[in-house]
Design a protein around this ligand. Structure first.
Ligand code: FES
Ligand code: FE2
Length: 375
């Protein structure tokens, strides 16, 4: 059931989706202190493995060190060069690609070629900026600000479920990364409403049609919203799924589809055979990127039948999810274009009440005075 009984105000204004002021205010107020998934622990299996990534305008370097996973701003303190351009690699330490300055695990400069010409050397200023790193299950998260809530505080009561759902017996079988020609809030709004399913996903999710209100429940919290869709235990689809779960072993049999949005930009999906983690990040005022990791139930049984079944489950999930992501992406630029010239205020139906909650969070987090005034 929905929480609201009447349509809701569309609180954001078109310029909130396009102005540099809104973009910068959101980076400061919404993105710096929260946690963003960047990779899986299995992406950096050996000490010395590293990868680089752009996160909300910040180039980052993530390394597996002898002391665990460590994150740094991928910028050299000498003359601002990226320490490395490589997307991933393996190196004993951190050495800047330009003049060869070397840094230790704690970010301190350990070696400066021809160091005599930097006397007197300011070691504190020459330090790399570090960023906090934390894991939950296989998922590796980064926070851009030194201060902020812990990852467990950010995920709240969902921490254990995330840890369980993104580690064995679930296994990552697909990842997706895409850039969108739209503000980051447009795909977030899309993912938290089921209203578009019949028209945007007529074949992939069209079977569900317009999900009846009685089959779903919305939970609207201060820092998150959740949809729980009861898929009906006795439908042919769910009966089939229950058999597969029991063949594979180690899964759950809830017949539920749970979609959980942690404000501002993190989304988890939990179903008995599949779990997804997806994040949406601003690149510029009207450009964004999404990254997603799909896990499927790999199970606990090693018999050949279970192994084949696990592969089929994974393959089906990849196909379906790739199609759904492609279909969703078809409307994002069209919404952005419409926002640039719209004469309307917009409106939100009760089915879209999770968007209303999200808008309130965006507005509460931002300094309203920094927003351009409507002429
Ligand atoms: S810019 Fe990195 S060593 Fe010079
Ligand atoms: Fe969709």
């Amino acid at each position: 059931m929905f929480v609201h009984k009447e349509q809701l105000e569309y609180a954001l204004r078109p310029e909130d989706y396009a102005s540099p002021e809104a973009h910068h205010a959101e980076i400061d107020s919404l993105f710096l202190r929260t946690w963003h998934p960047v990779c899986l622990a299995g992406d950096l299996p050996q000490v010395g493995d590293f990868l680089t990534i752009e996160l909300a305008g910040q180039p980052l370097l993530l390394r597996h060190t002898a002391e665990g996973l460590r994150g740094y701003l991928n910028i050299c303190s000498h003359r601002h060069c990226l320490l490395t351009d490589a997307r991933r690699g393996h190196a004993a330490g951190i050495t800047c690609q330009y003049h060869g300055w070397e840094y230790g695990t704690d970010g301190r400069v350990s070696k400066v070629p021809d160091g005599g010409c930097f006397k007197p050397f300011d070691r504190e200023n020459a330090r790399l900026e570090t960023v906090p790193v934390a894991t939950c299950g296989q998922l590796v998260f980064v926070r851009l600000a030194a201060e902020g809530p812990t990852l467990a505080e950010h995920l709240g009561g969902w921490t254990d479920r995330v840890a369980r759902s993104f580690s064995s017996p679930y296994r990552c079988n697909w990842r997706y990364e895409a850039e969108f020609a739209c503000n980051w809030k447009i795909p977030v709004e899309n993912t938290v409403e089921t209203y578009h399913l019949p028209s945007v996903h007529p074949t992939t999710l069209g079977g569900f049609g317009m999900i009846p209100e009685q089959a779903q429940k919305h939970y609207l919290e201060n820092r998150s919203t959740t949809l729980i869709f009861n898929m009906g235990r006795e439908t042919p689809l769910m009966k089939r799924q229950r058999r597969v779960v029991s063949w594979l072993g180690g899964g759950t049999d809830t017949a539920e589809y749970v979609h959980h949005h942690v404000f501002p930009n993190l989304v988890f999906t939990f179903a008995d055979l599949y779990t997804y983690c997806q994040v949406y990040l601003p690149v510029g005022p009207t450009t964004s990127v999404t990254r997603s990791w799909m896990f499927s139930l790999d199970g606990t049984r090693s018999n050949p039948f279970a192994r084949v079944m696990a592969r089929l489950v994974a393959r089906h999930g990849v196909r379906a999810n790739a199609a759904i992501q492609r279909e969703d992406a078809t409307v994002f630029a069209a919404v952005q274009r419409g926002l640039a010239a719209t004469p309307f205020r917009g409106c939100l139906g009760t089915r879209e009440e999770r968007i209303w909650c999200f808008h309130r969070h965006v507005l509460a987090g931002r300094d309203r005075d920094t927003r351009p005034q409507r002429p």
